[in-house]
Write a protein that binds this ligand. Structure first.
Ligand SMILES: [Mg+2]
Length: 239
């Protein structure tokens, strides 16, 4: 079932409120969505120490980012003619429709707690979320920790993001790439399990295996074996 939806949000976090700046979603069936919140608190964002250089610089702008000489605050204009720049209510509706077009959707993000709040507050308090919107966002970090604890994954081997870090759609695409990489380690665990059962069977039965049984076991192992040498094929599997 291709029901995973990877997403990322950029936001202003005041310590009391999370204000959505932009959102990117990538569905497992290939649909993508990107929007910039026309109603974001742009003045407060311009005064932030980090957002203008790292997030605003990647948004559609009508001109370069300026700097006030005395305060160092940024000044910029969001390009409201860009079709990705939309009122918050429109983003709420379009995001809802995109998620609900997936049967039994499962939301995924990286360090997902703040993203979940930024997303679901589009519809108001948690209990106002449209029916069918999951009440939680799964965290890729939890998957990474689980696979590390199982001795399957070395975190240093995770795919690195080559471009667009802090652009919500680029980050959502990277979340998908990381998750498809993690998928392979569950395949590895399945293969290890099959191997263990084979060994148990051989140790438990001291009589020689007949040719039929050997062929069957070889076929079973071949089916379960993850193929780490053919990344392109794996990608194709995930379509
Ligand atoms: Mg991001």
């Amino acid at each position: 079932m291709k029901n995973r939806i990877w997403y990322d949000t950029e936001f202003l976090d005041t310590g009391r409120a999370i204000h959505l700046i932009s959102i990117g979603l990538v569905c497992e069936d290939g649909r993508e969505y990107y929007a910039v919140n026309a109603d974001a608190p742009w003045n407060a964002i311009a005064q932030h120490h980090w957002l203008p250089d790292n997030v605003v610089s990647q948004l559609p702008l009508a001109g370069p980012i300026g700097r006030a000489a005395f305060t160092g605050w940024a000044s910029f204009q969001i390009d409201r003619k860009n079709s990705a720049v939309k009122p918050r209510q429109v983003i709420a509706n379009e995001t809802r429709d995109l998620i609900l077009a997936t049967p039994r959707p499962r939301l995924w993000a990286n360090y997902s707690a703040h993203d979940h709040v930024a997303l679901t507050q589009l519809w108001g308090p948690l209990t106002s979320a449209p029916q069918g919107i999951p009440w939680r966002t799964n965290d890729l970090q939890q998957e990474i920790e689980r696979l590390e604890a199982a001795g399957l994954l070395d975190r240093a081997s995770l795919p690195r993001q080559r471009e667009g870090e802090h652009h919500a759609l680029a980050d959502a695409r990277h979340n998908r790439e990381v998750h498809l990489y993690l998928d392979r380690f569950d395949a590895l665990a399945a293969w290890q399990h099959a191997t263990l059962r084979l060994v148990e069977r051989i140790v438990g039965d001291q009589t020689a295996l007949d040719a039929d049984a050997t062929t069957q076991i070889r076929a079973a192992l071949f089916t379960a074996s993850p193929d780490f040498g053919h990344e392109a094929d794996r990608e194709a599997d995930h379509g």
